[in-house]
Write a protein that binds this ligand. Sequence first.
Ligand code: AP5
Ligand code: MG
Ligand code: ZN
Length: 217
Amino acid sequence: MKIILLGPPGAGKGTQAKLISEKFSIPHISTGDIFRKNISEKTPLGIEAKTYMDNGKLVPDEVTIGIVKDRLMEDDCKNGFLLDGFPRTVKQAEALDSFLNDNEQKIDTALLIDVPKEFILERMTGRRVCSKCGASYHIKFNPSKIEGKCDACDGALIQRKDDTEATVKERLDVYDRQTQPLIQYYKDQDILSAVEGTGEITKVFDKICNVLGAVGK
Ligand code: AP5
Ligand code: MG
Ligand code: ZN
């Protein structure tokens, strides 16, 4: 199964991606996580990406597209994958389509997780992420069992640098201008599905499984 997750910052893409990737045994590919790993390892890519990310801007398309193509060529993507946070511009979507087309593959579904803006700020400012494995928590909605520690790997939980109020506003603005057009792009291809991302995490996941079950048939 080849899936794209679409949705505004804080919609719950990373949270749901983890559950989907476990249930359907497909790799979870998050461009944001790839950039954050490079930032923590201070690689040239990380140094380049950091200035954009800290300001809530998109990393340039040429850089991002190259990274995703390399990742999709790895063996574990042969039977499917879940893209989280990519594509984010029409240019990225077109590059992905042409790459998959060249490899005689196609996306099965672009799944939009829709969350109204008024929910987003509280989700982002209360988010804590694992510094080791990237898992997302929330101080109120999804707390870890031991405060400040990841349930999965015991890593320290930290706040993302781009989760401040000002940067979140910029990221929402960037989403509206650059990523929102992809909803129509995938509607036109007849592969868009949407679920409401409000309510409990497990309930949202149930809705997603219903959609993906139908796609799988
Ligand atoms: P990225 O890391 O992709 O960030 P994002 O798209 O802004 O989305 P987030 O990761 O912030 O939110 P999410 O939807 O994953 O929500 P989560 O599950 O964590 O990108 C970061 C930056 O990298 C970009 O700004 C850009 O600079 C760069 N970048 C990445 N990809 C790029 C690309 N393709 N091109 C160019 N640049 C790129 O949930 C959020 C919080 O809500 C958590 O605390 C969670 O516990 C909580 N939560 C989740 N579900 C629920 C629920 N149902 N109810 C209550 N709380 C919930
Ligand atoms: Mg995420
Ligand atoms: Zn962890």
